[in-house]
Design a binder for this molecule. Sequence first.
Ligand SMILES: Cc1cc2nc3c(=O)[nH]c(=O)nc-3n(C[C@H](O)[C@H](O)[C@H](O)COP(=O)(O)OP(=O)(O)OC[C@H]3O[C@@H](n4cnc5c(N)ncnc54)[C@H](O)[C@@H]3O)c2cc1C
Length: 418
Amino acid sequence: MSEDVKLKSSVGVIGAGIQGISISLCLIKKGFNVTLFDHDDPGKESASYGNAGHFSPYASVPMNRFDILMDVPSMLLSSTGPIALKWNYVPKMIPWFLKFIRNCSKKKMMHTAKYMHQILDLALPAYDELFEGIDMSGLVESKGIIYFWTNKDLKSRELEINIRNELGVKQQLLTPHEIHDLEPYINKIYHGGVLYPSARHARNPRKILIKLFDLFIKKGGHFVKQNVQTISFKSDNLPLIKTDSNSHTFDKAVVACGAFSKKLTDQVGEKIPLDTERGYHVHFKGHDHLLSRPVIFLNKGFGITPMEEGLRVVGTVEFGGLDNPVSRKRILNLVNNAKYLFPELAEHHDEWLGFRPTLPDFLPVIGPSKNYKNLFYSFGHHHLGWTLGAISGKIVARMIAGENTNLNLTPYNSTRFS
Ligand SMILES: Cc1cc2nc3c(=O)[nH]c(=O)nc-3n(C[C@H](O)[C@H](O)[C@H](O)COP(=O)(O)OP(=O)(O)OC[C@H]3O[C@@H](n4cnc5c(N)ncnc54)[C@H](O)[C@@H]3O)c2cc1C
C-alpha cells in the first residue's frame, strides 16, 4: 500500500481498552486517519483498568485442560474456591460450557498453548515499541512473577511446568526458603513455588492506558465519547458506525470492545461464542511495600500485585454474564485470602468487578470478519488481554495496512466457530 493511500484511509476503532488504544496507536503511526469510540473515558472502569497488571509472556498453558475440567464441580461447590457461578446465568452459559469441554482434549489444549505462545513470545518487544517516546518511568517493573502453593490439591502443577519447558519458557523452581528470601513479608504457608523471571508488572494500568491514549491524540487521533449502537455496511461495503447521536462512515472498522464485543458481532451475522469470566479486585492502600513483585497463591486462585494504589488483590473466575450484580461473597473471599497471606492488613478499598472476554477454546479472535472484508476484530484475550495489547495492536494494524505479519494467524480467525 502506498503512503498516499494510507493517508487517505480512515479507520473507526470501537472500544478504548488496551486492545482498542493499542490498535489505534499502531494505525496512526502508520499514517491512517483514526477515530476511537468509547462510551467511557479511557481506562475508567474497563478490564484494562482493573486487571492484575501482569505482563505474562510465559502464560501459554490455557485453562481448557482436562485436569482442570475434572476439578470444576468441586470448585463450584466450595464458597471459598477460585471459581463461582451465578445460577441464574446457567442456562445461557451451557452452550459455551459444552464448547469448552470439547476443547479440553490434550490435542486441543496443546493447539491453544502453541498459538498463545506464538503471540505471547512477541508481547514484550511489541510493548517496548509501543512505549517508544512515552515517559514510562516508575510505571512498569521487571522483577518477574512468583506462583506458590501448598502440598494440597495440586496435581496439575507438573503438567504446566512440563509444557512450559517444552515451549522453551524460562522458569525457576523455588524452595520455601527461596520464596522467603524474595518476598520476606508473606506468611510462610507455602511448600513450593516457581519464578517466571521474564514477567513484568504495571504499577498503574490506568496511567499506562492514559499515556498511550494521550500519544494517540497528540499524533492526530480523534476520540468520540459515545456508545456505539450498530455497525452496518453501505452498498460499497464501507462500514457505517452509528452511535447514540451520530453516524460515521469509514474505510475500515475494528471491533475491540472486550467482553461486550458480541453485541456488535451478532449484528453482522456472526455467531461467535464470546462470554465473560468475571473477576474482582480490592486495594489495601499504603501496603505496596509488603511485596516487590506480583505473587499468585495457586491453591486459592488469587494474586496480589504491588501497585501505586496499594496492594491490588485480584481473582475469581465467576460465570455470570455482563448484567448480574457484584457478589459480596467473592469480595469477602479476596479480602480474607489477602489477610491469610498478610495478617497485618486491615481496611480494604475500591471494590471492583471486571469482565474477562473469553472464548471456549481460550484463543482470542484477531482478524477480519467472516462476512465483511472491511471489518476487523480484536477481542477474547481472556486472562491475558493486558499482556497481549501491544502485539494484537501491531498485528491488526499490519493486517489493515495489507502488510505481512510472518505469523500463522489462521488459529485466531473467527471462522473457526462457523
Ligand atoms: C480480574 C482480572 C484480572 C486480570 N489480570 C490480568 C493480568 O494480570 N494480565 C493480563 O494480561 N490480563 C489480565 N486480565 C485480562 C485483561 O484485563 C483483559 O483481557 C483486557 O483488559 C481486555 O481488554 P480489551 O481492550 O479487549 O477490553 P476492555 O478493557 O473491556 O475494553 C473494552 C472497552 O470497550 C468499551 N465498549 C464496550 N462496548 C462499547 C460500545 N458499544 N460502544 C462504545 N464503547 C464500548 C468499554 O467501555 C471498554 O472501555 C484480567 C482481567 C480481569 C477481569
